[in-house]
Write a protein that binds this ligand. Structure first.
Ligand SMILES: [Fe+2]
Length: 329
């Protein structure tokens, strides 16, 4: 499977990453999380399953558009049950930015008021886009970013009007104490282009660019390092989309050849395969494959309706469910 480093075609690795696959965060309670993504933000619950690492059952909840398209997905582990609180800091994804059409922010501010969601007083602009900061009940930061370039289908659960609806993940904002080596990593290792600097922010794009393919660095030299542990209150990692395990292995060999040996094997996540790696600034990145998908256990149109388990856990379904708090969507 592994491709020798000397045979890697540089141009080929550059085009492998097509944008985001998913983001994964540790949150508090499952029901509170469902209410945030589905009732407030109009996301669909795409899959209701469990965390596949460790012994205690913890939900793994996937949210995104109704198709479960890569690049719209944000997933949650509600960790209150385990009682581990993670420490926000540098070396993490700090902000998840969702894209909404131009002129939407006032609608969302009114909705935040109505649903008792904390948000910042001022609408700000960066790289020519208006944006509104708001907060998950567990404290994780989100921005809504206005862009008319995002042609993905709207997320309209719970009566969110199409004209204002979230289209998917626009970008992520990484908090980094030092940026120099990470800037190099973005281009040399994973094929992103540096497209702009604005104060402490650096903006990168991959593939065709635009919403869904944008990474920002936020240079915060005095911010203490955050934790990597699974726990509530932080975004644990970001996954970028690749086609296949072969592409994952090509990337892995490339990272190893550059000295970034902190990479995982290809791990079976049932709906995709994951290869994890740490970028120089300490943020956990993942390359997730798009060759499997959510239709392996539920038909399109019925995603997220039933509790699902991978084949190797199916015979423990009743036991696992009995140890999880019931949630309603
Ligand atoms: Fe992941």
């Amino acid at each position: 499977m592994a491709v020798p480093v000397q045979h890697i075609n540089l141009e080929k690795t550059m085009s492998m990453i097509k944008g985001f696959h998913h983001l994964t965060a540790g949150v508090r309670h499952a029901q509170e999380d469902v209410d945030f993504y589905v009732k407030l933000l109009g996301q669909s619950l795409v899959k209701k399953t469990v965390l596949l690492d460790g012994e205690d059952p913890i939900y793994h909840l996937y949210y995104g558009n109704a198709n479960g398209d890569p690049g719209t997905l944000v997933t949650s582990f509600p960790f209150r049950q385990r009682g581990v609180v993670a420490r926000p800091g540098s070396g993490q994804v700090r902000v998840i930015n969702y894209s909404v059409p131009n002129g939407s922010l006032e609608f969302w501010r009114a909705r935040f008021d109505a649903m008792n969601i904390r948000y910042d007083a001022d609408i700000v602009a960066r790289f020519g886009e208006r944006r509104q900061r708001f907060y998950h009940p567990c404290g994780i930061e989100f921005d809504l970013v206005e862009s008319d370039l995002d042609q993905r289908p709207p997320c309209v659960e719970n009566n969110v009007p199409e004209a204002y609806a979230v289209r998917g993940v626009h970008s992520i904002t990484l908090s980094l104490r030092e940026v120099e080596e990470s800037v190099r990593f973005m281009s040399e290792a994973i094929g992103f282009r540096l497209v702009g600097d604005e104060g402490p922010y650096h903006r990168f794009e991959t593939h065709t660019g635009g919403p869904g393919m944008v990474v920002e660095f936020f240079h915060e030299p005095d911010r203490l390092q955050g934790s990597s542990v699974y726990g509530e209150g932080t975004i644990h990692h970001v996954a970028f989309a690749v086609d296949t395990i072969e592409q994952q292995m090509t990337l892995k060999d490339k990272f190893m050849g550059l000295g970034y040996i902190d990479t995982s094997e290809s791990v079976n996540r049932n709906y995709f395969r994951s290869m994890y790696f740490k970028m120089p600034g300490g943020v956990i990145f993942e390359a997730a494959t798009t060759d499997i998908g959510f239709a392996i256990d539920e038909d399109p149109g019925h995603f997220g309706e039933e509790f699902q388990l991978p084949p190797w856990l199916v015979d423990r379904k009743d036991e696992l469910l009995s140890r999880l708090e019931p949630i309603s969507v």
